[in-house]
Unconditional design. Structure first.
Length: 86
């Protein structure tokens, strides 16, 4: 919300009610992989699209810079999530 965008993340797996077993969503991707979904309206301007790309770049840079800290923290303090300010 800091950058005024909400980008949803989804795992590439699903749990069908008939089998109750986790299955990969696609045959060419592992179910543990994640995809991001951005929904835009038809009135999206080039300026707004550029702002979205810049925001994503800033968030990726933040995560790259802090990935080793999160990995170390998870190993020493259990599986905790690092929340980016994005």
């Amino acid at each position: 919300a800091e950058h005024e965008w909400y980008v949803s993340a989804y795992e590439m797996s699903f749990n069908p009610p008939a089998t109750e077993q986790l299955e990969d969503l696609f045959c060419d991707m592992q179910g543990q992989q994640t995809m991001f979904r951005v929904v835009v309206k038809s009135n999206l301007t080039a300026k707004l699209a550029l702002h979205l790309l810049e925001s994503i770049q800033e968030c990726v840079e933040f995560l790259d810079e802090h990935a080793h800290k999160a990995s170390h923290r998870a190993k020493t303090h259990g599986d905790q999530h690092l929340h980016a300010p994005c």
